[in-house]
Design a protein around this ligand. Structure first.
Ligand code: GDP
Length: 446
C-alpha cells in the first residue's frame, strides 16, 4: 500500500538508528529527507511541512530515554506523528453508526471511484461480520447498467437489492428503499448514488435531495486512492456541499503513492473509515491509524522497544516519587509531575477519586476554582519558576511571585492558590508517610 514511501523512510531511519549520538543537524537532515519522501508520495505540502515541524519540535524537546538510541527515539516520534496525522485528535474506530434500524448509509463519489464495488463490500461485511440484515439500492437513474451491476453483486454476495422500477427519480427510489427497509425489518439500507466523471451541480443537488429525504446515519465518500491529492480535493468539495461522515479510499492495493491517506484527515478533518484493497468482495479493511503508521514506517520492533523503555522509565519515576513522598518531600517539581499525570489520567476528578483519602480534598480544590483548564495554567506557572524556586517553593516572596505570575500570564492570587495546594499536598504526604510505608505504596500505585 505504501511501498515506496515505506522504503524511503526505512532508508532514512536505518541510518539514523545506527548512530549512537545524534546532533541537531543529523535530525534536520533526516527530517529534510522525510519531507521529500512525503512530497514524493503526494502528501500535500502544508501537511508534509506541519508533519516535519511537529517531529522536529518533539525530537528537540524530549529527553533521551535510557537504553534506546536517540535515532530509535526519533523513529518512535515519527511513528506517533504518522498515527496522529492519520487519526486526528480524537480516536475514532472505523466502525459505522448504524443503530436505530433501519439505518441509511449514503454512498457518494465520482463515477469509476469504486462506489458500487465498495457498496457491495460494505454490505457483505455488515452481513458477515456484524450479522446485520442489509438492503442495497442503486439510485443511478442515468445508467441502467449500474443498477444491474448492483443487483448482480447482491446475488453474488447474498445481499438483497431493491427491485428496479424504471422511471423513478433518485429521491423516489431512496424513499422506496426506506419504506422497504422498514417493512422488511432490515438493519441497514445502503443507497448507491449516481456518480459523474466530474463534480457538477446537478449531481450535487440530486445527492442533497436524497440526503434530505432519508437523513443518512453515515454519508461515505468513495474516492480513488491512486489519484493522490485530487482525492483530497474531491473530498473537500463533497464535504462542503453534502457533508460527509467518512471516506473510503479505494485501489490502495495499487502502486499508488499513498499520499491521499496521509493528507485526508489533516486537510478535510474527516476520518478514513475503510480502504479498498482489490476487486474482490472481501478486499476491504478497516482503516486503523496505528497499524497503518506501522506499515508505512516498517519499524515496528523499534517502536515497541522505545515504548517499553518509556514505560519502564515511568514506573521508575513513580517509584522514586513515592519514596520522596514517604519522606514528606513534595516540591514544585513533584507538583508539576502530578499535574501532568492528572492530565494524562483524565483530569482532576479522575485522579483524586483514585487515590485513597483524596476524594475530600478533590472537593476542596474544586471549590477553590481548580479545574482541568487550571491544570494547564498551573503547569505554566511552575514552568516560569527557576530550578531553585521549584525545589524550594517556600522562598517565593512578593517580587519572585510577581515575576512568575507575569511570566505565565497569571495573577499573583493564582500563584498563591497553587502554593497553597502544594503546601496542602506536602502536609498530606507527610501524614501519609507516617502511615505504614508498604501499605501506602501499594494503595497509591494501585
Ligand atoms: P463506480 O463507478 O464508482 O461505481 O465504480 P465501480 O464500483 O464500478 O468500480 C470501478 C472499477 O474499479 C471496477 O473494475 C472495480 O472492480 C474496481 N475497483 C473498485 N475498488 C477497487 C479496489 O479497492 N482495488 C482495485 N484494484 N480495484 C477496485
Amino acid at each position: 500500500m505504501f511501498e515506496n514511501l515505506s522504503e524511503r523512510l526505512s532508508g532514512v531511519f536505518d541510518r539514523l538508528t545506527k548512530q549512537g549520538a545524534l546532533s541537531e543537524d543529523d535530525v534536520k537532515t533526516a527530517l529534510r529527507e522525510v519531507r521529500v519522501a512525503l512530497l514524493e508520495a503526494d502528501v500535500s505540502l502544508p501537511v508534509a511541512r506541519d508533519f516535519v515541524k511537529a517531529v522536529q519540535e518533539k525530537a528537540t524537546g524530549q529527553a533521551v530515554t535510557k537504553s534506546v538510541t536517540p535515532g530509535q527515539q526519533v523513529v518512535k516520534i515519527v511513528h506517533d506523528e504518522l498515527k496522529h496525522v492519520l487519526q486526528g485528535d480524537n480516536e475514532e474506530p472505523g466502525e459505522l453508526k448504524i443503530d436505530n434500524p433501519p439505518a441509511p448509509i449514503l454512498m457518494v463519489g465520482l463515477q469509476g471511484s469504486g462506489k458500487t464495488t465498495t457498496t457491495g463490500k460494505l454490505a457483505k461485511r455488515l452481513t458477515d461480520k456484524n450479522g446485520k440484515r442489509v438492503l442495497m439500492a442503486s439510485l443511478d437513474i442515468y445508467r441502467p447498467a449500474a443498477m444491474q451491476q448492483l443487483a448482480v453483486l447482491g446475488q453474488q454476495i447474498g445481499v438483497d437489492t431493491l427491485p428496479i422500477v424504471p422511471g423513478e427519480t433518485a429521491v423516489q427510489i431512496a424513499k422506496r428503499a426506506k419504506q422497504q427497509a422498514t417493512l422488511g425489518g432490515y438493519d441497514v439500507y445502503m443507497l448507491d448514488t449516481a456518480g459523474r466523471l466530474q463534480i457538477d451541480e446537478v449531481l450535487m443537488k440530486e445527492v442533497e435531495d436524497v440526503r434530505d429525504a432519508v437523513n443518512p446515519r453515515e454519508t461515505l465518500l468513495v474516492v480513488d486512492g491512486l489519484t493522490g491529492q485530487v482525492a483530497v480535493e474531491v473530498a473537500e468539495e463533497f464535504d462542503g456541499k453534502i457533508g460527509i461522515s467518512g471516506v473510503v479510499l479505494t485501489r490502495m492495493d495499487g502502486d499508488g503513492r499513498g499520499g491521499a491517506a496521509l493528507s485526508m484527515r489533516a486537510v478535510t478533518g474527516k476520518p478514513i473509515k475503510f480502504v479498498g484493497l482489490g476487486e474482490k468482495m472481501d478486499a476491504l479493511e478497516t482503516f486503523e491509524p496505528d497499524r497503518i503508521a506501522g506499515r508505512i514506517l516498517g519499524m515496528g520492533d523499534i517502536v515497541a522497544l522505545v515504548e517499553k523503555a518509556q514505560e519502564t522509565i515511568e514506573a521508575e519515576q513513580a517509584e522514586r516519587m513515592m519514596k520522596r513522598f514517604q519522606k514528606g518531600r513534595f516540591n514544585m517539581n513533584d507538583m508539576k509531575m502530578q499535574l501532568e499525570q492528572m492530565q494524562k489520567m483524565g483530569g482532576m476528578e479522575g485522579l483524586m477519586g483514585m487515590m485513597p483519602g483524596m476524594a475530600k480534598m478533590a472537593k476542596n480544590v474544586q471549590d477553590a476554582g481548580f479545574d482541568d483548564k487550571m491544570i494547564v495554567r498551573q503547569i505554566a506557572m511552575i514552568q516560569s519558576m527557576t530550578k531553585m524556586e521549584r525545589a524550594n517553593p517556600q522562598i517565593l516572596q512578593a517580587s519572585r511571585k510577581k515575576r512568575i505570575a507575569k511570566g505565565s500570564g497569571m495573577e499573583v492570587s493564582d500563584l498563591n492558590k497553587l502554593l497553597k495546594m502544594q503546601r496542602q499536598m506536602s502536609d498530606m504526604m507527610k501524614k501519609m508517610g507516617k502511615m505504614g510505608k508498604g501499605k501506602m505504596l501499594k494503595s497509591a500505585l494501585g
